[in-house]
Ligand binder design. Structure first.
Ligand code: NAD
Length: 329
């Protein structure tokens, strides 16, 4: 039977289920923490606040400030947890290329530190963030069975995280789900994010009537996935492990391709302003096409609905303009 991701009952006593969220003060992690709290769980956050922010965190979270590469800190944070959501990373392709060793320490070393603590504590299930960056330049729709070919240090470390997760199950009995996130967007995203920060940047410029400059002609495509959908996948992934322990790899995407030019136009529609679009110099190494297949995640986790770009943009724009106070945006 599916173990409910809710309050655990022990006789007459009702005990809170504790989940550890590494990187819980960040963009995606803080939305996940909110969802877990809303389900009645106790949420413990391990974060070094390098990019995470206290304002992102619900005060009900138990916060442990620490480095995910520190085995003692990770183990302390995981004691008593029913599962670990591992999102802490240097989530920047540019930084990973510049500081190859430093980001490797966090993006792969930190991940193995998490798996090792999970092993030491008797096989705590781990749901972790991988990335579409493992695919590199796939032509057509990226499916999980495509041969990975990362083109960045960041993507290589995410691929390494997936491979160590496989070893974690085989050798140490640690069950996991690795989610290959495509371009996640939503409230609380840092506008400098290489993934979807472009949405906040465009929205501000279009709202202010300023021109926006595309890299090249804006025909490069991305698969933009709303943060609430990502949270649903993460939670469903943890539930799935309770039923069927394994080492899974699943895309988190919509299957819809949006060019950057179309994105600018969609933001124009949502803000009721006609965008002034200029073509700029193309960016070296920019991936021309990125779109994933959501099919395997849909089948495995039973998640059929994904937020449309129009609806996700409306929610994001409302939060940016302060029209609607979306939690602690
Ligand atoms: N945003 C996207 O579109 C996207 C796409 C693919 C993958 N991802 C992955 O999703 C995860 C979350 O990304 P995000 O967009 O929320 O980024 P984010 O920068 O907002 O969150 C990362 C969090 O990790 C923390 N952190 C970084 N180094 C740490 C360390 N050494 N010890 C402890 N905490 C540390 C940061 O302070 C931050 O709170 C990351 O693993 C990222 O690689 C994100």
């Amino acid at each position: 039977m599916r173990a409910p991701l809710c309050l655990a009952h022990h006789g007459t006593e009702v005990r809170l289920t504790t989940y550890l969220v590494t990187g819980g003060a960040g963009f995606i992690g803080s939305h996940l923490a909110d969802a877990l709290l809303a389900e009645g769980h106790h949420v413990r956050v391990l974060d070094d606040f390098s990019t995470g922010r206290t304002e992102n965190l619900d005060p009900r979270c138990e916060v442990m400030r620490g480095d995910v590469c520190d085995p003692a800190a990770v183990r302390r944070a995981m004691v008593g947890a029913s599962g670990c959501f591992h999102l802490a990373a240097v989530a920047s392709v540019v930084r990973a290329n510049e500081d190859w060793l430093g980001t490797h320490r966090v993006n792969l070393g930190g991940t193995i530190t998490v798996y090792d603590a999970a092993r030491a504590l008797g096989g705590v299930p781990v749901v972790y963030a991988s990335s579409a960056a493992v695919y590199g330049n796939v032509s057509g729709v990226a499916r999980e069975d495509a041969t990975p070919a990362p083109r960045t240090a960041y993507g290589a470390d995410k691929l390494g995280s997936e491979q160590h997760a496989g070893v974690g199950l085989l050798v140490h009995g640690v069950a996991s789900v690795g989610f290959r996130f495509f371009n996640v967007y939503g409230p609380r995203q840092d506008p400098s994010s290489p993934y979807s920060g472009v949405i906040s940047i465009f929205a501000r410029a279009i709202g202010a009537g300023e021109p926006i400059t595309l890299h090249g002609d804006g025909s490069q495509t991305r698969d933009f996935v709303f943060v609430a959908d990502v949270v649903q996948h993460l939670v469903a992934g943890m539930q799935h492990l309770a039923d069927r322990p394994g080492a899974y790899l699943l895309n988190v995407c919509t299957g819809r391709e949006t060019s950057i030019r179309e994105l600018a136009e969609a933001i124009g529609v949502a803000t009721r302003r006609k965008p002034v679009i200029k073509d700029g110099p193309a960016r070296a190494g920019d991936i021309a096409q990125s779109v994933g297949s959501p099919r395997l995640a849909t089948i495995t986790l039973g998640l059929h609905e994904r937020t449309s770009l129009a609806d996700g943009l409306a929610t994001l724009l409302a939060s940016l303009s302060g029209q609607r106070s979306l939690e602690r945006v």
